[in-house]
Design a protein around this ligand. Structure first.
Ligand code: 5AD
Ligand code: FES
Length: 370
């Protein structure tokens, strides 16, 4: 019988990724759920997500808020509005707030540092930033101000595919130098992830599955990259074509017959399970993209396949629809309270409980202790 354990070889990983037999898939999810239970327990941690700006100077070929999209209205939340959302997070019992935005140079080093200090001081919550590729100086300043975590998905570990979906020269949004690429066989964001870990951040990353041109071997490479980085958080979601983006109209890149990964919830769930088995003590969210393609049971299915985190949306309703990175995004019409009770019910329905406190991955404690 095919191995389903932390020491799976690449051939096993590939075979699991293409598996379709429900009996076999049940074995995979059961093993991942057991690994999740042993490594991080029954708690599901809630990270309150605040989408603070949809302005972006980058041209990512898949993303609905990239600079390509002239049709959307851009917004940037003010300090007061963001602080209000952070207070809401505290009231709702969340341990963490995540501030996410496009790569927006007007979210300056000083503005974010001040915000981080204010949120820390007032709420004591763990603070995660997800503001794109920023300079080392920015990252140092925000860490000093009290930011705990940073999320930056590398999207794909295949450098040629990465370059194709990130067409423009990579320059930092703010001043300072981007970290030098550590080798041509690595996508450039890996160097920034290492830099984040070196600066004392808990670093999160992730990939999309089903990008045109993405192969099964690319996904094996993604899983090996999570392992290599010993990363604290791993987010996986299906690629969802957005009609206002170049990639939605570009079919040239589709991989050879049988090699193209489909952009399905099924593949995303298999990636969640395999990521859990390979990096057992990581935090793994049930992502919004999974919930978007399966609104009925997507989050629950991910929680049963190895996930232990969800990210309820706290963005004020007026801005939510404008943060349309892909179409028909889950939770666009809900309020913070609705998302909170929706997620609490879903967590309880799969026999789990809501975690208290910041919910750092166990490996963080190991690192801090050593
Ligand atoms: N489909 C699915 N996920 C997307 N993201 C951006 N655009 C899309 C899309 N069209 C994901 C990327 C990014 C995260 C914030 O959202 O992985 O890192
Ligand atoms: Fe937002 Fe369910 S989490 S509506």
């Amino acid at each position: 019988m095919r191995t389903v354990a932390a020491d799976m070889g690449n051939a096993d990983l590939r075979a699991w990724l293409t598996e379709e037999d429900p009996v076999q898939l049940d074995r995979l999810y059961t093993a991942a759920d057991a690994a999740r239970s042993a490594a991080v327990g029954p708690e599901v941690h809630l990270r309150g997500l605040i989408e603070i700006s949809n302005a972006c100077t980058r041209a990512c070929a898949y993303c609905g808020i990239s600079v390509h999209n002239h049709a959307i209205q851009r917004y940037r939340m003010g300090r007061h509005e963001i602080l209000e959302c952070a207070r809401r997070a505290k009231e709702l019992g969340y341990g963490t707030v995540v501030m996410q935005a496009g790569e927006d140079p007007l979210l300056t080093r000083a503005f974010i540092a001040d915000l981080v200090r204010a949120i820390k001081c007032e709420t004591g919550l763990a603070i995660t930033l997800s503001l794109g590729e920023r300079s080392r100086e920015d990252l140092i300043a925000w860490r000093e101000a009290g930011a705990d975590r940073y999320l930056l998905r590398f999207e794909t570990s295949n450098p040629a595919l990465f370059a194709r979906i990130h067409p423009e020269a990579h320059q930092p949004a703010a001043s300072g130098q981007r970290p030098a690429a550590s080798g041509q066989d690595e996508v450039p964001r890996i160097a920034m992830l290492r830099q984040l870990q070196e600066l004392g951040y808990q670093a999160g990353t992730g990939v999309m599955v089903g990008i045109p041109g993405q192969t099964w071997d690319d996904l094996v490479g993604d899983l090996r990259t999570f392992q290599k980085l010993d990363i604290e958080m791993i987010g996986v979601g299906p690629y969802i074509p957005h009609p206002a983006t170049p990639l939605a109209h570009d079919f040239d890149g589709v991989a050879e017959h049988g090699q193209q990964v489909p952009n399905t919830v099924l593949v995303a769930l298999k990636m969640v399970a395999l990521a859990r088995l390979l990096v057992p003590d990581a935090n793994i969210p049930a992502t919004t993209a999974v919930a978007t393609l399966n609104k009925e049971t997507g989050r629950e299915d991910a929680l049963k396949a190895g996930a232990n985190v969800v990210m309820p949306n706290l963005t004020p309703p007026a801005y939510r629809a404008l943060y349309e990175i892909y179409p028909d995004k889950a939770c666009v019409n809900e309020t913070a309270e609705q998302c909170h009770s929706c997620l609490a019910a879903r967590i309880h329905s799969v026999g789990r409980c809501i975690g208290a406190g910041p919910g750092a991955a166990p490996k963080t404690h190991r690192r801090t202790a050593s």
